[in-house]
Design a binder for this molecule. Structure first.
Ligand code: MGD
Ligand code: MGD
Ligand code: SF4
Ligand code: MO
Length: 736
């Protein structure tokens, strides 16, 4: 107890820099620890109750990393080296590069690419900067690669997109959870506890993954479909639900619309057909239906497996249909949710990083939304640009010598050279830009291509809010001073705006930005207006929507005594849809969806399916975690997970170098032979650049609605590689 008390003065309660779980942690000054901060458990924070994965435990090492950028770098001659510069010179060069491009080709020739790791304040400011200062429509962010399909499907069905419509703490109390394409045992390890508790409480867990992962090992039932066939699987389950008379007709009648069309579409998916498409035997399908339908409450949670497909939106729609048809939505302990990925993937799009969205989850194409946000920004709605391009389309347009080419780019908090689909092509596009500016904490593979690199502060060196996968708005607090030479992203945008003629409107104090964001979001779907830094601190986070109550007396009839005191604050919304769904009629919408093949199916030339994803010890493009010794020792490099029969056919032994070849290029990495993967599939994690870069191979086929690329399935050929290491960069090994 006394330790906690004495801690309070010197320690700082904050959150992990990485994933969407946003685990609570406490940072205690300690000269011996990396970055001068020791990471100690913060058991009172409900989401993780003190538990941290290895990435969280070592997060302080990135603060102190020798790889940390501490001075701006500029490339003074094209093709020359990046060399140190003053902040003045670097900022002047960026302002000149951006305004030169705009003057020559128009505002849409200047693009901005953001990241879901940015705080709400930074995301909001970057969106505002793009639309006002640059006057450009060309902004998108890496969250497009993340949960955009779930966002699109959620919006269609429920009228609003919030990752989980309930807190994680509800999971152990439901009857059954279907986890579709989530390996949270590796990607959100502290969350595994909720599923262990679910089973201890008598509930069941179904995991759907082509691989037997750490998460699948925990399941009562593991279904291993072919990659890219989740849509058929969900439809087959819905077919059985109907055939076995397990629909909830009262719920369907009272709370939904569109059932007849969705039902008819599902009925075309006979279980035997679904078995042929997915490889999942009919008895297992029946068992899954029984497990899902028998308890009083159940949930479906999706992650990147079903979402990162060129039919991701329809796939998630099919899982939502299953929930609606069985009355497993809009009720306590039941519902559909998406496990979002990045620390602030949710907040990033809510506040303006997405090509078509304005703060508060308002849509850029909606005149009323434009008017509201323009008023807060003090401009005429007509100056706001139209919606722009999605992430891959934006990257694909870089350096293009056409009227709609994007010639200059400001990149903040993403590393597309490693993480974008068809990465060799994207890298080549980035190299062909007339001007590239990057803000990062390390010299990522993308920053290395820039004309100007700005060293920014991160995480524990600054304050800001993050919105986790539950829609819980959290406060990350500053715990240490940044290295001399680093400035915050907000300071960068303030300085650039000033140079481009906007003296006002781009504050550097996060709380001041947040107060403006609250006003901009007021009345929107993601209404933050009732949330304050103080409330977040006192309440362990506040769930949006949280409108600000009308000021006392303003709208209340004066003869009502109950309105005679100051309005009570809105409590926030941990659980959504219990009374009504968000569409104007309050009903959830079924979508009639039918299965279709992946953009690439196996052929004689490319007979194997490649899927991609993550490992426990590395994060995303690896820009941060590859610089932490303990994590790097655990997962030092890329690999190809392949089934024993395929290895045998190739004559490959464990560790042998394998070449994986798709229509987009060739990657080489050592073999990891494993019984835990389907016989027709290989898996590569995407955390590394160079010859083992998985994204050299991936297919940028886009979902027509969400514009999500098909990271989770493409056709490849696997061969034994030559024994001598190949060329170092994916750019030279990949065909573009
Ligand atoms: N260690 C670590 N943790 C992370 C991250 C990280 O990079 N590293 N990133 C964070 C971010 S941004 C995100 S988005 C989340 C992602 O979290 P997850 O979605 O859990 O991660 P993935 O490994 O991309 O994909 C999950 C699973 O989908 C399976 N899969 C592949 N193809 C298919 C398919 O067609 N259908 C189905 N049903 N499953 C398929 C893969 O085998 C894999 O096990 O993790 C977050 N947490
Ligand atoms: N093949 C394949 N590819 C994938 C995926 C997959 O499953 N398979 N998943 C996709 C998904 S879900 C995602 S989310 C993307 C993610 O991929 P990326 O967008 O590349 O994500 P990160 O590697 O997290 O890049 C974040 C960068 O921002 C820097 N950074 C950290 N904090 C700050 C900050 O405060 N300010 C600034 N300016 N910079 C900061 C980091 O150092 C890092 O360089 O990858 C996608 N790519
Ligand atoms: S699970 Fe995510 S938020 Fe929690 S410690 Fe690990 S990386 Fe950080
Ligand atoms: Mo993600």
């Amino acid at each position: 107890m006394s330790e906690v008390m004495s801690d309070a003065g010197t320690s700082t309660d904050t959150h992990c820099p990485y994933c969407a779980l946003q685990c609570g942690m406490r940072l205690r000054p300690n000269a011996e620890a990396a970055g001068g901060l020791e990471i100690v458990p913060r058991t009172a924070f409900p989401v993780n109750r003190g538990a941290l994965c290895g990435k969280g435990q070592t997060a302080n090492e990135v603060l102190a990393s020798g790889a940390r950028l501490t001075e701006p770098l500029v490339r003074r001659v094209r093709g020359g080296e990046l060399t140190p510069a003053t902040w003045e010179e670097a900022l002047d060069r960026i302002a000149a590069g951006l305004s030169r491009t705009r003057a020559r080709y128009g505002p849409d020739a200047v693009g901005v690419f953001g990241g879901g790791g940015l705080t709400n304040e930074k995301a909001y400011t970057l969106g505002k900067f793009t639309r006002l200062v640059l006057g450009s429509s060309q902004i998108d962010y890496n969250g497009r690669f993340c949960m955009s399909s779930a966002a699109a499907a959620g919006t269609k069905a429920f009228g609003v997109d919030r990752g989980l419509p309930f807190p994680m703490e509800d999971i152990p109390r439901t009857g059954c959870v279907i986890l579709v394409g989530s390996n949270l045992g590796d990607t959100m390890p502290p969350a595994l506890r909720y599923f262990t508790e679910l089973r201890e409480n008598g509930g069941t867990l179904i995991v759907i993954d082509p691989r037997r992962t750490k998460t699948a090992e925990q399941a009562d039932l593991h279904l291993a479909p072919r990659p890219g066939t989740d849509l058929a699987l969900a439809l087959g389950m819905l077919h059985l639900v109907v055939a076995e008379g397990r629909t909830d007709e009262a719920f369907i009648a009272a709370r939904t619309s569109g059932w007849e069309e969705a039902r008819a579409a599902a009925m075309a998916h006979w279980p035997e057909l679904v078995e042929r498409i997915t490889g999942v035997p009919v008895p297992e399908l029946r068992r899954a239906v029984r497990m899902f339908c028998e308890p009083d409450a159940a949930m479906v949670l999706t992650a990147r497996g079903p979402e990162q497909q060129a039919k991701g939106t329809d796939t998630v729609g099919a899982w939502i249909n299953l929930c609606l048809a069985t009355g497993r939505a809009g009720r306590p302990l039941s519902g559909y949710g998406c496990l979002t990925g990045q620390g602030n993937g949710q907040g990033g799009r809510e506040h303006g990083l997405k090509a078509d969205q304005l703060p508060g989850y308002r849509m850029l194409a909606d005149p009323a939304a434009r008017e509201h946000v323009a008023r807060v920004w003090g401009v005429d709605p007509d100056v706001l640009p139209a919606p722009g391009r999605s992430a891959y389309e934006l990257l694909d347009a870089l350096g293009r010598d056409t009227p709609d080419g994007v010639r200059a780019l400001l990149l903040m908090a993403s590393n597309p050279v490693v993480s974008a689909p068809r990465a060799a092509h994207v890298e080549e596009r980035m190299r062909s830009l007339e001007f590239l500016a990057v803000c990062d904490v390390v010299l990522s593979e993308s920053a290395a291509l820039a004309d100007v690199v700005l060293p920014v502060t991160q995480w524990a060196e600054e304050t800001g809010t993050m919105t986790n996968l539950e829609g819980r708005v959290l406060l990350r607090r500053k715990a240490a001073d940044p290295p001399a030479g680093c400035r915050s992203d907000l300071e960068v945008l303030h300085a650039l705006a000033g140079r481009l003629g906007w003296e006002k409107g781009f504050p550097t104090d996060p709380e001041e930005v947040f107060d403006e964001l609250r006003r901009a979001s007021a009345g929107g779907k993601a209404d933050y207006s009732g949330i304050t830094y103080r409330r977040i601190a006192e309440e362990d986070g506040v769930f949006w929507p949280c409108p600000e109550p009308p000021s006392p007396g303003a709208t209340a009839p004066s003869d009502d005594p109950s309105n005679d005191h100051s309005a009570t604050p809105h409590p926030g919304t941990p659980r959504m849809f219990l009374d009504r769904f968000a569409p104007p009629d309050g009903r959830a919408r079924f979508t009639p969806v039918t299965h279709r093949p992946s953009a690439e199916e196996p052929t004689a030339e490319y007979p194997v399916l490649l899927t991609t994803g993550r490992v426990l010890a590395q994060y995303q493009s690896g820009a941060q975690t590859r610089r932490v010794a303990r994590l790097n020792a655990a997962e030092p490099g890329p690999f190809v997970q392949l089934p024993p029969r395929l290895a045998e056919r190739l004559g490959a032994a464990e560790g042998d170098r394998l070449a994986v070849i798709s229509r987009r290029g060739r990657a080489v990495a050592p073999a990891r032979i494993s019984r835990d993967i389907r016989p027709d599939t290989v898996f590569m994690p995407f955390h590394w650049p160079g010859e083992g870069r998985a994204n050299t191979l991936t297919n940028p086929a886009l979902d027509p609605t969400s514009r999500m690329p098909e990271f989770k399935v493409c056709a490849v050929r696997v061969e034994l590689a030559e024994t001598a290491p190949g060329p170092e960069t994916g750019a030279t090994t990949g065909t573009t």
